[in-house]
Design a protein around this ligand. Structure first.
Ligand code: MG
Length: 460
């Protein structure tokens, strides 16, 4: 069936809200994110700041170096949520189904409600006008025959833009000679792989489609389809304000009975869940683990954790729950956060104020270890596309044999010493019994590579 899809995306959302509420900011570069003396990142910046080369996801210190006179603000999610509810309500009036993919961004299926592209064009302009009148903020709108084409169209004339792509042919003509990186769903790593294979444009994808598919599998097939304008994905009704939980799960091609591999895969799932929650400006207040065994029987475990908006925290909780349930081969594993609430503005920790390590740096370190352990590339800053998750997990499963000495292994000669280690060194410890002897084996996942023998002091 033919589809008529609108994609709406607010322009520099957080920054625009701040400028609206404090007109003295207008004309100045405004950067929303972590405090500039920490190691956090930029969430959003306005177009003035972009002129200095600042962009979202950039290290905040780098942003400060490029634009020292900019106004640096921490995000006020309660405010953004209120505006988000307001714009979602406007958009929903036009849509048969609305799929919000961020606080400030949604797909609207207007196939039934508009009926024709002509009327849908009217909707698009009405939406822009009403959003501006009712919130004082501008947005960019794309109208198209498919979701990805609509997303592409809304990017085309940003900010305050409108663009339409009404047929697959128009989409192909527009994109044919652009870099593969401009194709939505092609991330940095995928683009690098394609470039390395001499595939630079959508034209190259069409001419080398079997190579692309053999290189990237299912995702490759999807990219090849897109190179012909084919995309029949549907708008799935979803409003983040109704979300109770956010989760990710994956099924292995073959059952897995390797605790450490599962623990490593849980890191990817945790990052993916937290990234998704962050894009909705949400955080969970509990962590859940779901496991399905090879006989299809499953268990779930959950634990209350207030304001868990950090992937390493989610991961640590998930791994500790996995310890309780990992007794048989596992075919599916999933992680979620539940009782979601609007995220708080990020508080600086004492460590951060002292310029010490913070969780983003820790995550980079963890990714480095995983990259080395499984001989794969993970993007710094923890950006894992949903399309990558399965293929990364499968890669890890099939390369787990190569993993080896890069865990710190503490051979503890007396049970209970793990607590001493964790208190004394402040490190994350996951424990289990060594399969080959009686030693209690502790393997902090992301630290050094040496084996330390730890003995109980005499008399203890
Ligand atoms: Mg936006």
């Amino acid at each position: 069936m033919e589809q008529i899809i609108i994609h709406v995306d607010m322009d520099a959302f957080y920054a625009s809200v701040e400028m609206r509420d404090d007109p003295s900011l207008i004309g100045k570069p405004v950067i929303i994110g972590a405090p500039p003396d920490t190691r956090g990142v930029v969430s959003t910046c306005n177009y003035e700041a972009r002129k200095y080369g600042v962009h979202s996801a950039m290290n905040i210190k780098e942003a400060y170096r490029l634009c020292p006179d900019g106004v640096f603000l921490t995000p006020d999610f309660r405010k953004y949520h209120a505006v988000s509810d307001q714009i979602h309500a406007i958009w929903e009036e036009y849509a048969g189904a609305m799929e919000a993919i961020a606080l400030d961004e949604a797909y609207l299926d207007v196939t039934e409600t508009a009926g024709t592209f002509d009327r849908a064009r009217g909707f698009a302009h009405e939406i822009k006008k009403r959003v501006l009148d009712e919130t004082g903020l501008s947005c960019s709108v794309g109208l198209a025959y498919s979701k990805i084409a609509a997303k592409t169209a809304s990017e085309e004339n940003k900010p305050n833009g409108y663009f339409e792509i009404l047929t697959a042919e128009d989409f192909v003509n527009l994109m044919m000679d652009r870099d593969v990186r401009d194709i939505y769903t092609v991330g940095v790593k995928t683009a690098e792989k394609l470039h390395a294979a001499g595939i630079h444009t959508m034209r190259d994808i069409r001419e080398n489609s079997s190579d692309v598919i053999s290189m990237l599998g299912k995702h490759g097939q999807m990219i090849v389809d897109l190179a012909y304008g084919h995309d029949d994905s549907r708008v799935v009704a979803y409003r983040p304000e109704d979300a109770k939980s956010i989760s990710r799960e994956l099924t292995f091609q073959e059952d897995v009975f390797d605790f450490w591999l599962l623990a490593d895969v849980l890191l990817l799932l945790s990052v993916s869940v937290v990234n998704r929650a962050r894009s909705y400006g949400l955080c969970g207040n509990g962590v859940s683990l779901k496991v399905t065994y090879s006989d299809m029987k499953g268990v779930t475990r959950s634990k209350v954790v207030k304001y868990c908006d950090d992937p390493l925290t989610v991961h640590r909780e998930a791994v500790s729950m996995l310890e309780e349930v990992s007794t048989r081969p596992i075919r599916l594993i999933g992680v979620g956060v539940y009782n979601v609430t609007p995220a708080r503005a990020k508080q600086m920790t004492l460590d951060q104020m002292a310029g010490g390590k913070d969780s983003d740096t820790e995550l980079d370190k963890a990714f480095e270890v995983l990259s080395k352990r499984y001989k794969m590339d993970l993007v710094k800053g923890g950006d894992i596309g949903w399309d990558n998750l399965h293929s990364l997990a499968e890669h890890m499963r099939t390369h787990r044999g190569q993993r080896g000495s890069d865990y710190t292994i503490y051979c503890i000669e007396q049970a209970g010493l793990e607590r001493v280690l964790s208190d004394r060194d402040g490190i994350q410890i996951v424990s289990g019994h060594h399969p080959s002897d009686d030693l209690f084996l502790i393997a902090p996942l992301f630290f050094d590579m040496d084996v330390h023998h730890v003995r109980a002091p005499h008399g203890e």
